[in-house]
Structures are given as structure tokens and as C-alpha cells.
Design a protein around this ligand. Structure first.
Ligand code: ASP
Length: 416
């Protein structure tokens, strides 16, 4: 039933998108570029702004609670420590590689991306804080400020450390842990409400973009989509094939054949979390020990998002180019760090990665309102990135299983 609802939303978004393009093109043709840009910016784009505001509003509770809940879901800190660090190391390394792949592919495409003339160009403020500043700024000096200023890295830090606090507090921490799990659930529903009005936001933003730019923008959207999919495919071929081959001694073709049902489900549902039961089933097929898969897969569905990371990097380069900004190497490094963390903070639900894109854009000073340019086709990005996200979770489970699980299986067989 849940799936049906999501598909319904997908169709509505598509309708909003197509209607927005048509109406935008009509404005553009009927009024001429300048008048159409001014009119739609004044009367239609504000509805898109409301939607973007709502996205920005939900992002703080979403990150705080979904990460805290992820840590709490690990159970006992001591027990999960051994498997946990290997899992987290695998997630972090593959996600950082994903970011680099995304940046390289997008940089190759950059020449073909357009520079748009949108009203807010002046809003760009270069943020070139050095890496040391970025690291120091992860650690908050105040518990409330990070929440009110949407300082995402600090929020992620707070989420992890409080999540660990819940685990270490044991029985006494349990009521708080349950509260967080429940609060997280509620927040996911609220995000659902916001996504439910997204077709209107898509429509308004698309009308504005097409009216201001003319239909030529559509070709550019095809290009940025192509860049993202090339990144996804490269990551599958380079990273997952190699890791299952080298670490799990498994034929990559066999791995892809076995994970295909989950990848296909993720592609259509655009939710890692909704795909979880199918991913688990596929891992059972690959003889991953249940103790490993039931730890790695839910954690992965919450924090491991390589497809999302690629998408965020490609989108950041594309949107920077759209507003005529050439990102420096330091800014690219900031993007790798923030996109890795942002993908960790992304909930495994439809469209969540696009919400977190705001954080990546803000880290280099690009106003998040430009997400509107690509929001209309987000589902097309989301299908590929969700499939990649869950393939990444499964590849991790298969590898950790070889590192740890084989022993567990052997000892089980011995005692049997
Ligand atoms: N839909 C993705 C997932 O569930 C998250 C995202 O939007 O990037 O894995």
C-alpha cells in the first residue's frame, strides 16, 4: 500500500513537472524572456519558495533523529563495535570514492553545462574556509545554536554522540532511545506531508525556470542526468565489482544477478528503507549470515548512500556552473566531506537525498533555492541513486560476512 502511495506521488510530480514546462514555455513564448522571467519570479516562484522553505525546515530534525536512531539501532556499543567499525569503514571509504567519481564525471561534463541568468546570481558568496576550519567546526560549542543555524556537521556530531550516550546509559537510556525512535518515525511522516505538496512546488519552480531560461534548459537537465548515471555505473563497475571480487572472493556477475531483485525494487520504489526486506532476502540467497545482514543492511539503508553522494556532487557542480561559479579545489574537497556526511544524514526514503543537497550547496555558498532547477526531475536521479545505495549496502554485507561471518558460520556448524 505504501508503495502505491509513493508511485502516486511520483506520477503527480511528473504531472507537475510536465505542466510546469508547458506553462513556463507558454509564458516564455507569449511574453518574451525578460517579461516572462520578471512575472514568474514575482507571482509563481514564491510558491516554489514555500516548498523550499519547508524542505529547509524539516532537514534539521530529519538528520538529527535519523542518525541518532541509526546509532541507537546498533544496540549494545561493545557488541557491535567489532563488526561496526568494519562496516562503517567500508561505508565511508566507498562513499568518499563515490564523491570523487561524481566530481570527476561532473567536471568532465562541466563545459557543456549552461550558465543561467537567474535573478539571485548576486546571492552567491564564496565560502572557501580551509579544511582545518571545517574540521574544527564539526565540534559545537553550544548545544542549541547548531540546530537553529542548521549547522549540519555539528548536528551530525550531536546525533552520534547522543546516540552513543543512549547506548552507554543502558536501561536508563532506553526510554529516551524509544522516544527518539518514535520521534524519528513522526518526523519521517512530516517529511511525507512536505513531499506530498511537492508537485505544486515542482510546478511553480519549473514554470519559473523554463519561463526565465526558455526551453533550452531542458537539454541541460538531460545532460546532468546523463552525468549522474555515468557516475552510478562507474561506481558499480569499479567499486562494487572489485570489492566483492577481492574481499568476498565472489564473482561480480553472480553478485549482481543475486542482488538484481532488490536493485529493481529500489529503482521503482526510490526508498532504501522500503527495499530493506528484499535486500535482506537477496543477502540470504548469497548466504550472508543473518546476524551480519540484520546489522549491516538496516544501518546501510540509513547511512550508506553512495548513489546519493554521486548525485549530490554532480548536482553541486552543475548548479555552481548554472550560476557562473567555478569551484576551487578546496571547495571540491569541502564538497567531498560534506556530501559524504550529507549522504550519511540522508534518510533512506524517496527524495531525501535532494533535501540533503541543500547542505552540500550551502557548504560552498550556493543558495539552496537553485535546487529548484533540478528538483522537477529528481525522481529520475532518485531511481538510479537508490538502486546504487542498496547495492552498496549488500556489497558491504557480503564483504563483512567474509571478514567476520565465515567464522560465525563455521562455529555454528561446529556446535551443530
Ligand atoms: N531515495 C534514496 C534512498 O532511499 C535516498 C535519496 O533520496 O538519495 O536510498
Amino acid at each position: 500500500m505504501k508503495e502505491k502511495k509513493k508511485l502516486g506521488l511520483g506520477v503527480k510530480i511528473l504531472i507537475g513537472l510536465v505542466a510546469g514546462i508547458i506553462v513556463g514555455a507558454i509564458f516564455w513564448a507569449a511574453m518574451g524572456p525578460d517579461a516572462a522571467a520578471a512575472f514568474t519570479a514575482k507571482y509563481i516562484k514564491p510558491f516554489g519558495d514555500i516548498f523550499v522553505n519547508l524542505l529547509k525546515f524539516i532537514v534539521v530534525p530529519l538528520v538529527l533523529l535519523s542518525i541518532m536512531d541509526g546509532v541507537i539501532a546498533m544496540g549494545d556499543i561493545g557488541k557491535v563495535g567489532k563488526i561496526g567499525w568494519k562496516t562503517v569503514a567500508y561505508f565511508l571509504v566507498t562513499t568518499a570514492i563515490a564523491c570523487v567519481i561524481g566530481l570527476i564525471v561532473a567536471s568532465l561534463f562541466k563545459g557543456a553545462f549552461p550558465i543561467l541568468s537567474l535573478a539571485e546570481d548576486a546571492a552567491y558568496e564564496a565560502k572557501t574556509s580551509n579544511l582545518m576550519d571545517v574540521i574544527v567546526n564539526i565540534f559545537p560549542s553550544n548545544a542549541i545554536n547548531p540546530l537553529s543555524t542548521s549547522a549540519m556537521l555539528q548536528i551530525i556530531f550531536i546525533a552520534i554522540i547522543f546516540g552513543c550516550g543512549v547506548l552507554v546509559a543502558g536501561e536508563k537510556g532506553k526510554p529516551f532511545g524509544d522516544f527518539i525512535t518514535s520521534f524519528n518515525d513522526v518526523t519521517q511522516r512530516v517529511m511525507g506531508f512536505i513531499l506530498a505538496v511537492s508537485p505544486i512546488g515542482v510546478f511553480a519552480l519549473m514554470v519559473w525556470v523554463v519561463a526565465a531560461q526558455g526551453p533550452k534548459i531542458l537539454g541541460s537537465l538531460g545532460l546532468v542526468l546523463l552525468a549522474a548515471y555515468i557516475g552510478y555505473i562507474l561506481h558499480v563497475v569499479l567499486v562494487y565489482s572489485m570489492s566483492v571480487k577481492i574481499f568476498a572472493k565472489m564473482s561480480p556477475l553472480e553478485f549482481f544477478r543475486k542482488i538484481f531483485p532488490a536493485a529493481a525494487f529500489a529503482f521503482t520504489s526510490t526508498s532504501s528503507v522500503a527495499t530493506l526486506p528484499v535486500t535482506k532476502e537477496c543477502c540470504d540467497e548469497m548466504d550472508v549470515h543473518p546476524e551480519i545482514s540484520s546489522f549491516v543492511l538496516p544501518l546501510g539503508a540509513t547511512v550508506n548512500m553512495d548513489g546519493t553522494a554521486i548525485y549530490q556532487c554532480v548536482a553541486a557542480i552543475f548548479l555552481a556552473k548554472c550560476i557562473g561559479v567555478d569551484l576551487s579545489i578546496t571547495q571540491m574537497i569541502v564538497i567531498v566531506v560534506t556530501a559524504t556526511l550529507a549522504s550519511i544524514g540522508t534518510a533512506g526514503t524517496s527524495g531525501a537525498g535532494m533535501i540533503m543537497l541543500a547542505m552540500v550547496l550551502e557548504s560552498v555558498g550556493i543558495p539552496p533555492v537553485y535546487i529548484g532547477i533540478i528538483y522537477g526531475i529528481d525522481r529520475l536521479f532518485d531511481m538510479g541513486r537508490t538502486a546504487l545505495n542498496i547495492i552498496g549496502d549488500a556489497s558491504c554485507a557480503v564483504c563483512v560476512n567474509t571478514w567476520e561471518g565465515n567464522d560465525a558460520l563455521k562455529s555454528e556448524k561446529k556446535t551443530a
